[in-house]
Write a protein of this length. Structure first.
Length: 79
């Protein structure tokens, strides 16, 4: 299955997908909770260049109210 990083805007609550969907094997799927924790703890994923580039936060410039909020890493979802 393919998964993609998802962020949640703190201003408007929108969920934003980031990056390109990546194929995740069954073994990696079972490690997703640990990978999510590593984004918070280290923001590094040794040996996985895609996950290594997942930032902790991204700007959200399309808030429903016309504002610009900050979206924080929420996890990974199926693409």
């Amino acid at each position: 299955m393919k998964y993609i990083a998802v962020y949640k805007c703190q201003l408007c609550g929108a969920l934003i997908q980031y990056g390109e969907p990546q194929e995740i094997s069954r073994e990696c799927y079972e490690a997703l909770p640990e990978l999510c924790a590593r984004v918070i703890n280290n923001q590094l994923f040794a040996g996985n260049p895609y996950l290594h580039t997942v930032p902790m936060q991204i700007p959200h410039i399309q808030c429903k109210n016309g504002g610009c909020g900050m979206a924080y890493f929420a996890g990974f979802t199926q693409a």
